[in-house]
Design a protein around this ligand. Structure first.
Ligand code: ZN
Length: 307
């Protein structure tokens, strides 16, 4: 199995895009292939000839060292993306900096009716998150250039804000921080949600579980569904009695609860409600082992919220 560290550069229009048109048009794909020992074994870089936006947006022009003349002789997206996926090989796992690139990649692929990368959520490593877990508080999200400077990884000939340069630096950070525990921290891109109940995801991490539901037509179906609202102990998987009902501090965007396992203690449940590209509603539910103080904190927040 290889790791494919991917980075994209994209351009955008000056007006909001119609629903089926990508807001971000990919203009460059860069990637670094690492083997299982995290050695760099190959690289990929290709510019893409734009077909949606024909002028460079000022944000892109400021950030990315490219102009339309550079892209004129490039191949179109379908061809470059197919070459790239062929280069990726059979067994691989994507690694990106942050959470956005795989979503944008799939949006662009869909726009050109390419075969989907997966039928449901796509597993990947978010190196920005792994770096935060390894070297920061786990919640902070530093910029790539900041971390590269912090770690003394700057190389004069490797350019920031170009796809291969950023992929290379992301790979260098991945090499530096990789360890067995961090590799447990897989992420899921939910551009595509599970297509059926059977395909729903329940993933066990060391101190929490993550559940990704299938999509529902109506938002009201979510919290009426026991499969979604149940809280199971993350250690023994017993269905738990909740100490408080699910409550939402922000009008149905997030829900919180506290439940208790007689053997393993208190568990915090959190539900995030999200919408897919096809206007279906789904949830990401996490259940986490917590201490008494955190449970008290949630209870007091709920009381304040209801006052
Ligand atoms: Zn238990």
């Amino acid at each position: 199995m290889n790791y494919i560290v991917l980075d994209l550069e994209w351009n955008q229009g000056s007006r909001p895009a119609p629903k089926d048109v990508p807001t971000f048009e990919i203009i460059e794909i860069g990637a670094v292939k690492l083997d299982e020992q995290f050695h760099i074994v190959d690289t990929f870089q290709s510019l893409i000839k734009p077909q949606i936006y024909n002028t460079m947006h000022k944000i892109t022009a400021e950030l990315v060292n490219l102009d339309m003349d550079d892209l004129g002789d490039a191949e179109d997206f379908t061809k470059v993306a197919a070459e790239f996926l062929n280069w990726c090989g059979e067994e691989y796992l994507f690694c990106i900096w942050g959470v956005q690139d795989l979503t944008e990649f799939q949006k662009n692929m869909d726009y050109y009716h390419m075969k989907p990368l997966s039928k449901g959520p796509l597993k990947y490593y978010d190196i920005q998150k792994l770096y935060s877990l390894a070297c920061e508080d786990g919640k902070a999200r530093a910029s790539l250039s900041h971390v590269v400077e912090e770690e003394n990884l700057v190389e004069e000939e490797v350019e920031f804000h170009r796809a291969l340069g950023d992929a290379y630096y992301t790979a260098r950070i991945f090499q530096r921080i990789q360890n067995r525990d961090l590799l447990e921290r897989i992420s899921f891109d939910t551009y595509r949600v599970p297509i059926s109940k059977k395909e729903q995801i329940l993933w066990k991490f060391d101190n929490y579980t993550k559940f990704i539901s299938e999509g529902y037509d109506e938002k009201s179906e979510l919290m009426a569904n026991k499969n979604i609202t149940s809280v199971r102990c993350i250690y023994c998987e017993k269905a738990l009695r909740k100490k408080i009902r699910w409550y939402t501090p922000n009008n149905g965007k997030h829900y919180y609860t506290v439940a208790k396992c007689s053997e393993h203690g208190l568990m915090k449940g959190k539900i995030r409600v999200r919408k897919t590209k096809d206007d279906k509603y789904y949830v990401v539910k996490t259940v986490k082992h917590i201490k008494e103080e955190e449970a008290q904190f949630i209870l007091s927040k709920k009381r304040k919220n209801e006052a």
